[in-house]
Design a protein around this ligand. Sequence first.
Ligand code: SF4
Length: 368
Amino acid sequence: MYPNRPCNAIDMNDVNNFESFLSTAKNLELYGGSAEPLLNPDLKKILAYLKSKYGTRMMVNTNASVLTKEYADLFVKYGFDYILVSYHAGTKDKYHELSTTGDIDNVNNNLQYLAERKLEAGKKKPFIEFNFALQKENATEATAVIDTAKRLNVSAVLINKYYGGRNKLQDKMVSYDYDTKQGNEELDKIYQYADKLGVHLKPTTPSHWAEKNEKPDWNNENYKKNSTCPFPWLNLFFDPVLDEKDSFYVSVCNRIVLCKINYRKLKLSKRADFMTLWNHPVFQYLRSTVNKEPLNPICKYCKNCDREKMRNTDANEYAKIRDNAVKSFFAEYRRNHSPAPVDGLEILDDNPFSDEKYLDKLNSQTTL
Ligand code: SF4
């Protein structure tokens, strides 16, 4: 959908520009999804720098197709902490069908090499875990995934429930949300098999689907009044902007994007500069209304007792409610705040990843 997308790959200059907060960050997690982290040409330099200068705890989510020997040696040398490998099939053919990179032998060889280097060096790190998202097309793959986890001495397999996504599987209705009884039986089989082999699964007991997954009557006021969320004080999320160069969306959680930054314009190398972002009124508005009444609209939505159920029973309605909550959040924020503009920082009005925008983009591609 973004044939001319800019890479938005950060380099050492950008790391120096972000140094005010990278120097004090306890944990840095690099996720795939919109881009494969290990393809960044400067990543080796970046991780060596952060590990040796600040001892930052580091994690990467990867499909391991480009987890080369060079990476493996570096990971072991610097005590890189944790690798979560997207591993949604265990046989050659199914892996090829489900994965964009397609070659399970390559992935397994890469992981095998890393396991050997760790053993040789007498190191436990990096810890490796597999991420397996159960759905109808890969249920029979689970045993092969567990076999490989055992063979490669993987620390754990994360068993997730696939519930949908913007990909080709969506049309096939592969989620067990459409057949919870069958899904629960598959989950039980997976846990029994892993138990027999002594492979650790997360969660440790199967997280079953509720027997009756009926669409709830949505009520904005039906939210968990006593739940406390610490996210706005602990996290910063950066997502590459796919159609704009040198830009990231920035947020504190994955329910709402608060702003867009151009990281070549916004200077964050000094602590005082970083506070311009960290203590921007939009962040402060979120912090002051996340756990205290009146709650802001997006946190109210996030804490709604029926949110998960709505997601599993009507994905379109779920997305519509979320996108409206995001719009209301910004409308409320703007009603009381009009901060001075900051070069390279733009506060948003709505959800840049909304279904509405996605469909517009999809339709314009189809028309072309
Ligand atoms: S939307 Fe609000 S309650 Fe939910 S994770 Fe984000 S900050 Fe926390």
